[in-house]
Design a protein around this ligand. Sequence first.
Ligand SMILES: O=C(O)CCC(=O)C(=O)O
Ligand SMILES: [Fe+2]
Length: 366
Amino acid sequence: MPPNRLNDVAVTDFVVNQRNGVKGLVNVISPKTLPSRYIQLPENRVTTEKLIIETGKGKDGLLSPVIPVIDVSDWKNPNVAEEICEAAATLGFFQIVNHGVSVDELNELRAAGRGFFDLPAEEKKRYWKGSSVSETAWYMTSFNPYEEAKLEWRDFIKFEFRPHLVDFAATWPSVCRDEVVKHSHRMKPIGKNILEILMNNLNASIDHSKEQILMGTLRMNINFYPECPEPKLAVGTGRHSDINTLTLLLQDDIIGSLYARYGDKWLHVPPVRGAIVVNIGDILQILSNDRYKSVEHVVMANQFLSRISFAFYCGPNNDSAIEPLAEVLENGEKPLYKSTVYSDYMKHFFERPHTGKKTIEWIKLP
Ligand SMILES: O=C(O)CCC(=O)C(=O)O
Ligand SMILES: [Fe+2]
């Protein structure tokens, strides 16, 4: 007989109320079965028959797609722009290589990120969301554990970059502070290059006010997924689309747990050494009046190894009005979304559990 599942009240108390996170649960209690608080409803599980892992002809005779890996060593090369725009308009995901950040630099960031999650519980708890010692960094478990019926098998720390404030990172955990700041300096110009390409393709220029919408706020999540006793019943990050313009994701080198929505299936985003995964967020879909696709994605949990990922988010300033660009509607096209202040959009997203593309649907015009 397998050991009994831990009960919901005890798990919520230990993981959320006592702020130990799911990593604390694994370290201290090491459950042999998945606590029921983490058992997803069948429709939210990512089951094998829904996965597209290897490309090739399916039963229907069609070739399944692959997430393109784009060599960006020359940003001015028109083929690069073409491949990026094509991926943004279809799969909503691509990977870039030869972007100028070395494998060693990426590995240093990975080690620093793990350093944070390896800190003693008491140290991490100081950053707990709502009472963090830092105004611009907070630590949490799952996505919104106070609203979710089922928890995600994930802890994370979020950073907001506020470079106009002197010493904005002074209150961040010293174990990863310098690497996180360095990473933002490396990712920002890459994000800008991609956004320029995507805007050019819409005949839209980037002036100061557009730049505030595209990348006026920069944030980063470090996601930590501990080993999970019954990964098939759980999710690492529930299905969602990102609510920013662009995400630049450094995922694990070995364990591929990220899947992007493709029809009614999930398409694997495989780890590629040295690559950064790029995905389009809701705001680019709105600005482009649906030319670019913000695609739902999900992260699975793993049984034997923990996984860490670093999501660098380019997004609007909180007070930006989000609406389809004038350049796109120029020929009399109907706007598909109603104008919304970005802080309201964020509030809508963060107040609910992860629910696919519900946030963008909320502002879709009939
Ligand atoms: O962990 C991952 O690979 C992706 C995480 C993610 O989707 C996010 O942080 O928005
Ligand atoms: Fe995401």
